[in-house]
Design a protein around this ligand. Structure first.
Ligand SMILES: NC(=O)C1=CN([C@@H]2O[C@H](COP(=O)(O)OP(=O)(O)OC[C@H]3O[C@@H](n4cnc5c(N)ncnc54)[C@H](OP(=O)(O)O)[C@@H]3O)[C@@H](O)[C@H]2O)C=CC1
Ligand SMILES: O=C(O)[C@@H]1CCC=N1
Length: 271
């Protein structure tokens, strides 16, 4: 569905301040949704690394002030240790007419607000890199943002995948489960591939089988709304190979290692 159908999103220029891994994924996702590339600004200091976006007619620049002046919607996708310096540079150019969205982890709305005029509304969004292909899971949180600004933010991220609204106190948890989660899932798939090669498949075939199988498993939950164990029960024949393998994985700490990893990730954010 083109973004222009609703609230005229294709008429609002978007500036992505910080075109790194996540910023670029968002830009790629917008392009995939037929967002007019000339109405997307992406900034970074090493602007030459945005050549792929430039080739698609996206406006790439190292000039954050220019991007902010040209855009109605600002998406800040900088590392947390860079944001304060960049906001200092931009404070006088960010107005209440801007919709300010931050995808920065570990940087609260309150911290953001301290650097800007009190009239500026901020929406926090926590997407993941699957935004590039319209499959992000994005958690949204706000404090003083208007219903219109929240709806606009939701509209943008709905076009890049699924969205849910959460309390800001859960943003670290959203970062871990949703954003870091992509990496955990990919490491799981990589391990499946390694196992698949050991039992006879070439790497390409193992990758195809593992990736599609994981996609199918996710879809079973998303489409049927069942508990994972209910679907697992359908696969585990008594005395069969699935339960033997699963139990061995659990003896080796499979679920426990994932849960401990998730807790370690959130402790790393919160320390
Ligand atoms: N990667 C992910 O999967 C996710 C990341 N996040 C959050 O998103 C934010 C960005 O993460 P990520 O994309 O991984 O990080 P990256 O380091 O890949 O991207 C940050 C970008 O900011 C640019 N940058 C640095 N200084 C400036 C500046 N003064 N003006 C404009 N651009 C600048 C950098 O480019 P250059 O060096 O050329 O300036 C870099 O490309 C972080 O806060 C992260 O926590 C949230 C969810 C998922
Ligand atoms: O690991 C990180 O710092 C960021 C936060 C979420 C995904 N990547």
């Amino acid at each position: 569905m083109p973004l222009s159908i609703n609230i005229n999103m294709n008429q609002d220029t978007i500036a992505i301040i910080g075109g790194g891994n996540l910023g670029k994924s968002i830009a790629q996702g917008l392009l995939k949704q037929n967002y007019n590339p000339e109405q997307i600004y992406v900034t970074r200091t090493k602007v030459e690394l945005l050549a792929d976006l430039k080739a698609e007619n996206v406006q790439t620049t190292s000039d954050n002030v220019l991007a902010v002046k040209e855009a109605k919607i600002l998406i800040f996708a900088l590392k947390p240790y860079r944001i304060e310096a960049v906001l200092k540079q931009l404070t006088s150019h960010i107005t209440p007419d801007h919709l300010v969205i931050s995808v920065i982890s570990d940087f609260s709305i309150e911290q953001f607000t301290k650097s800007l005029a009190p009239t500026i509304q901020i929406v926090r969004a926590m997407p993941n890199t699957a935004a590039a292909i319209g499959e992000s899971m994005t958690c949204l949180a706000s404090k003083n943002a208007s219903a219109e600004n929240i709806a606009k933010t939701k509209f943008i991220f709905d076009a890049l995948g699924e969205t849910i609204e959460i309390d800001e106190s859960l943003m670290d948890a959203a970062t871990v489960l949703g954003a870091c989660g992509i990496a955990y899932a990919l490491r799981f798939i990589r391990a499946m591939i390694q196992g698949g090669i050991e039992i006879g498949f070439d790497a390409k075939t193992a990758t195809k089988i593992a990736s599609q199988t994981v996609k199918g498993a996710s879809e079973l939950l998303l489409q049927n709304g069942n508990h994972p164990e209910e679907e697992i029960d359908k696969v585990t024949t008594p005395k069969g190979c699935t339960i033997a393998g699963l139990n061995e994985m659990e003896h080796q700490g499979f679920s426990s290692s994932l849960i401990k990893g998730i807790k370690t990730s959130i402790e790393t954010i919160q320390k």
